[in-house]
Design a binder for this molecule. Structure first.
Ligand SMILES: N[C@@H](CCC(=O)N[C@@H](CS)C(=O)NCC(=O)O)C(=O)O
Length: 55
């Protein structure tokens, strides 16, 4: 199972479109970058550069 950390940005949509087109199972984790959630310690563990999308 792929975990996709993402938000409703064009880059986030690119990752979702790719996974949908490939037909791969994945679960989505919303990271609201407008609220600064990309800087939370739990997210930095999986994305040290605080960027989404991250599959
Ligand atoms: N080329 C990168 C761009 C990633 C990127 O710039 N993500 C932005 C949102 S589209 C982001 O996470 N911004 C939050 C921040 O920089 O704090 C990718 O697609 O992986």
């Amino acid at each position: 199972m792929i975990d996709l950390w993402t938000w409703t940005t064009p880059n986030g949509h690119k990752a979702s479109i790719l996974l949908e087109e490939l037909g791969l199972p994945y679960r989505t984790h919303a990271v609201d970058i407008t609220q600064g959630e990309q800087h939370e310690p739990a997210f930095l563990v999986v994305s040290p550069n605080n960027k989404i999308p991250l599959p």
